[in-house]
Design a protein around this ligand. Sequence first.
Ligand code: PEP
Ligand code: MG
Length: 849
Amino acid sequence: MVGIVIVSHSKQLAAGVRELAAQMVSGDVALAVAAGIDDPDNPLGTDAMQVYQAIESVYSDDGVVVLMDLGSALLSAEMALEFLTEEQCEKIYLCEAPLVEGAIAATISAAQLNSIEQVLAEARGALTAKAAQLGIDVISDTLISPQNPPLVNDREAKEHSRTDNPYTLQIQLTVANRLGLHARPAARFVTTAAKFQAQIRVRNVTRNTDFVQANSINQVATLGVRQGHEIAIAATGIDAEAALAALQELVTNNFGEDDSDLIPTVIDSSETVEGELLGIPASSGVAIAPIFQYRPTTVQVEEYIVEDTANEWQRIQTAIQTATQDLQSLQSANQLGDKAEIFSAHLLVLQDPALLEPVHQRIFSHHQNAEFAWKSTIDELAHNFDTLEDAYLQERANDITDVGQRVLRSLRGITTPTIELTQPSIVVATDLSPSDTAQLDTTKVLGICTTRGSATSHTAILARSLGIPAVVGVPAAILHLANGTLLAIDGASGKVWLEPDTDTIARLQARRNAGLQARQHAQVTAHQPAITRDRKRVTIAANIGSVAEAKIAIKNGADGVGLLRTEFLYLNRTTAPTEEEQFAVYQAIAEVLDRRALIVRTLDIGGDKPLDYLGLRAESNPFLGKRGIRFCLEHQDIFKTQLRAILRASHGHQIKIMFPMVATVQEVQAAKAILAQVQTQLRQANIPFDESMQVGIMVETPSAVAIADQLATEIDFFSIGTNDLSQYVMAADRTNSQVAMLADALHPAILRSIEQTVQAAHSSGIWVGLCGELAADTLATPILVGLGLDELSLNSQAIPMVKRAVSELSTVEAEAIAQRALKLDSANRVRELVSSFYTNEEVERKTQR
Ligand code: PEP
Ligand code: MG
């Protein structure tokens, strides 16, 4: 059997390619990997000795195909040949095919015990199949060369293009599986065909293609067989009948694929609950209108080498300038009001030296063209955000990509696409960028429905500011509905109705009116303090991450900031932010707040966050690793810089400091000791700061809850982080969708932890807030007020409704609800309990975000 070696700079990439390739075949294949280097600080690279050992491990007289990613991978592979004997070398082929496609095609071919020439031809032809699927004609100028003949022999293809050979048997079948003849199904088809001696060919009848060889993965893939297409299979030879029977069985058994977890392409409303789909509520309100399917296009780029690097750099500068002007005019667009501030963040991305520096380096050191240099840098950055555990930070990836595309369009001279609607509609898309959303014509876009996104994405925030009801994370089936299909969405509950009947429409319209009234009412009173009917005041503060968000918070009536996530300052750069940079941001936020309190949380970063410059090592359980205060106590230089910046900004402002992820009294004492050292240095240098600045901690570990009485004697306040506390109490990773349901902050186990913390705080005479997502859930408000929390800190958009919810309560009622909730045995029972105190309309209203 021909052996295959995958050479890559990245161990993970190579392992992924190997896994993907191995999945395509049922039996064993001689597949080896040579990837990464043995340097924990800099693991990306290739090593000739590793390549040699990989070749040795799969070597046989049948030969070895070596597939490489790029750059030094090629050099290492060439060097590896020097360790082999001359005779061995003749059987090793360094193959220019693209790594992923080439490895898969070669593996499938090798598994059929094909010759090295056939395996090579399949690998080299792998791009043809991909191009054909995308409708791109690349065969003419790139893939065909004297050394690399076309895969389909023209004459042979024409001869066999229709089968009229009397010894040929033929069947016609419908492909029913969701993915059609692609990837694994195609691989199974090819490997089944290859088991027979008969010559087997296949064609796509629906697309009226010619016949191609059924034992070539590339040729089969070029047929573009999709779900519902008819295919004809022709077999000539002694076992033709058996071959056709086997292929028929494979096709009728969906190629062994279980499609049950996939959404059907065509939605039969009888299959969903009363024609309903469920997504994530993103912007409250009801919309009923025909669908408009929006398919945003992204600018694709190719890499090429440039000589005139200065000119290329100039092109980038000009494109950034144009994008900046576009963003500035978007910002000043009236319809977005204060939410146009979101584009300030986009402008900051464009000015960020940490983004421009790698682009500069790619152009000047690697001679990459402007488009490629820009896109690669943007992709890396977006990926960094995407891999963070925090859903809010993950969503920033969407912003980065959006800015990136804006600059690419400007480089290419393409105008920004707009959504042109001929009638009032609900826009359905996989995702909408903040720019797409900002440009929506609110007179025609009545609702938004996307299959991706979360309630914390800027798209969702903008939809809320534009007053457009939105549901995100809707099952992908929605994308297959025809334009014009009537849809109803409820952005408060996340429900979507396909072709709703007249009763449903009437019910939804009534709810729409009630919701509108409630929001208008809440908005009017948003700037008043949240005081219960029996005169207890609860501070309603905002969770923010930037100056722009501080402004939004104030506009929404925030009494202050209960949580400033400072991680933003540290992400998306190559060195830690300086004291001056941090000072400027903290001071700017404090000034926006104008004497209102600002709680600055010190860096909550850990082994799971990819900050290369901090020298973080990957950890097998990052949530249980060096996070938050644990990290800062080990990296005192970084910690002290941040503390100095916060202290300096505290002068003349109401800043409080908060340490995250505390588990022990000793951690708090150590952090306070470092804070005291920094304060002494500032005093000695005559640098003013607020001497009476409060110091608090987040209570987000079960340990902190258990020893809350001890911790309370050390500090001035607690803020309960229910996002983390829920996952630690329930032992359910909040990012693992299989168990995330368990980490429900309304579970009595969490409520009891909150109660215990509040009691410990109040017994020690300190105040206690709550800044997890639970604070924004108005269904939870009676319980949180009833448990005695002094402050709730939440996303700015929810502030008016939470303030209103507080003002509707009396503490006596709230305490009674809270005490009953503590005795229940599940989060759902707690929801039922709270709901039972309200009418259906009120519950609908309270489930809004
Ligand atoms: C929390 O854990 O509840 C919290 C507010 O912090 P974060 O979500 O940033 O971890
Ligand atoms: Mg937390």
